[in-house]
Design a protein. Structure first.
Length: 230
């Protein structure tokens, strides 16, 4: 439940970043005026990813602890040994292709969902978000170097040839490439975080069925206090 609250909060933060990234592009990506918005976006994404007590890193620790405690208590686990050794791009497609009973009928199936959620969170946090942050940070640096009134892409033609000496067309093309990369990785990070939330919700529902309702209520109350979300 702590993992659910923590990861859901950061999933929502990432979803809010998607329209902000779109708004920060516009017609001319290499635009000085967009630098502050891009830098704020980088700050928000870093917070979602790496904040020790609030971010996806904290959520992944909750999930890892859950699996460790389950193993120590003798629970039957059916872990996927292939996921930890797959290349990152393959893990993304493998996680999306996984099929689980909904809702889980056994604790084993529930813990398999927890494992899938763990890998989804780690892939988002350690692979896609760093690449997204790097691309947006690069965009912010380009924007800081751009003239205060960068030429619009639809105005190129003759003006582009005139401004070759300043490197503005090349700067704009480089910025567009970084923007596409940032969008791709942010979209995937959001998809993975949403997938993790779905898996956790199913797992919590299934595992709660095997626990005394009073104990479930106590755990839920504790999670609200322990899992600080921001």
């Amino acid at each position: 439940m702590c993992a659910a609250r923590t990861i859901r909060a950061q999933r929502d933060r990432l979803l809010r970043c998607q329209p902000l990234l779109k708004d920060a592009s516009g017609d001319a990506v290499a635009d000085y005026a967009r630098a502050p918005r891009l830098e704020k976006l980088v700050s928000d994404l870093v917070h979602a990813s790496d904040s020790d007590s609030l971010g996806l890193e904290a959520g992944s620790r909750y999930l890892a602890t859950c699996l460790e405690l389950a193993a120590q208590s003798g629970a039957r686990l059916d872990l996927n040994d292939a996921l930890p050794v797959m290349p990152d791009e393959q893990v993304y497609h493998a996680l999306l292709a996984q099929s689980f009973p909904a809702p889980p009928a056994t604790q084993t199936e529930a813990f398999s969902r927890i494992e899938a959620a763990y890998h989804a969170v780690k892939l988002s946090q350690e692979h896609h978000l760093p690449l997204c942050i790097h691309a947006i940070d690069h965009l912010a640096r380009i924007a800081r170097l751009a003239p205060h009134h960068a030429p619009r892409r639809h105005r190129r033609g003759r003006k582009a040839a005139h401004s070759d000496a300043t490197g503005e067309p090349q700067m704009e093309e480089e910025a567009v490439g970084s923007m596409d990369e940032a969008r791709t990785h942010l979209d995937r990070a959001c998809t993975l975080a949403s997938l993790a939330v779905e898996h956790i919700d199913h797992a919590v529902t299934a595992i709660s069925a095997f626990i005394d309702p009073k104990e479930v209520a106590g755990i839920a109350k504790m999670a609200k206090k322990v899992a600080i979300v921001n």
